[in-house]
Design a protein around this ligand. Sequence first.
Ligand SMILES: [Zn+2]
Length: 480
Amino acid sequence: MNKFEPVIGLEIHIHLSTESKIFCSCSTKFGNSPNSLTCPICLGLPGVLPVLNKKAFHYAIKSSLALNCQVSESITFDRKNYYYPDLPKNYQISQYGTPVGRNGFLKIKNRSSNPVKINRVHMEEDAGKLIHDQNGKISFVDLNRTGIPLIEIVTEPDIYSPDEAYDFLQELKITILYLEIADCNMEEGSLRCDANISLRKAGDKKLGTKIELKNMNTFKGIRQALEYEIQRQTILLEEGEKVTHQTRLWDPLKQKTTSMRSKEDIHDYRYFPDPDLLTYEISNKMRNKFKDELPELPMAKRERFKKDYFLSEYDADLLVRDKFIASYFEETLKFHINPKAVCNFLTSDMVGVAHEKKIKLSNIKLTPKNCGKILNLVKEGLISIKTAKELLFDLLNYDIDPEKYIEEKNLKQMNETSEIKNVIETACKENSQAVTDYKNGKNSALKFLVGQVMRLTKGTANPAMVNKLLNEKLNKEEGK
Ligand SMILES: [Zn+2]
């Protein structure tokens, strides 16, 4: 057993996908020219009045409910005061005393009976973005991001390994995606995560000194940064040294963390109620309405898929990972009876082809009905699974009946013995050297000949029959 136990807490910021910012009507579009999406409100000019974006407010309530939080009856906003060049107001509008949600939890893989506790879900505005030139001499500021609505999700220090942190983030991301309130795109900064980690002697109740980690841009990076910190702090503690309370930055190239600053205490922010914003009520009726509107969430769906369709944990997870695929799966089952076959076809073939053809899953035009038909054609032996996959390349972008399509394109599987025998004759004549090679004991020549038959039939010959008939022919002739 390890001498020290890590205790981890996470803080996740997620951009809500509203069209306008949290307190003004500027667009939240990503990638516009710097400072083009700003107005006096998000620039923080004096005398302006912020007005809360209703959609952002509703999204924050939905996320709190999905994370099993107690939703506050009313919420207020507070000013979090600090100075930074990307924050022209010198304060950020956030929530301190009355967050939207409190005391929630999220079940994660391998810990479903002991979910990760969530401290709070609150709303706030994002700050701008500093861009530093390569020499580090000049910095630019882009305030397009200023005022984009965020929810911040703060877990309790209730995560006990880098793997658990990774699993939590995966589950959280999928859950938020299911709510369709954010795109969680880490590359565009729509999901950002800070972590804090402390080590304590195994068995101790008291927490050790906390280190805050920043600058991790991928879930993998977060796991690596935590692993590095565990090692670093373990060495310090084993040598009898103290861990200093500080913020450290993860450097993905050097694969290490470096000290950024000693951490401010919470009172340094001088939170106080924002006098420009009202108190917003969340009535029981409103809460219940949103609760009723919640979709079936990933953890529940995974369990149901395992139970109802006899799928393994692995298969259920692959399907549920994407809301579109999960519902496509159930729709396809109305037209093809075998869940495992549908699961395999979707999660490996369809997802693979969509990826290759750069088609967004939700833009797939092939209907579940026609997808079911393709699988029925395979089941009836009319096409091979290989042809089925090739059909995906042609049909993913269209709503075409696959039965008609294979008729028109002559893709029906060749299952007639006599027909296949004829092609085998031709292939053997054209490749007499391979036939001789096989008879001289070169087994790979058989594979070559099978390939030639498949080529001559444009892949439509039933491969099992080709193998069997070719074997019979060559071995029979040998026996002569
Ligand atoms: Zn604005």
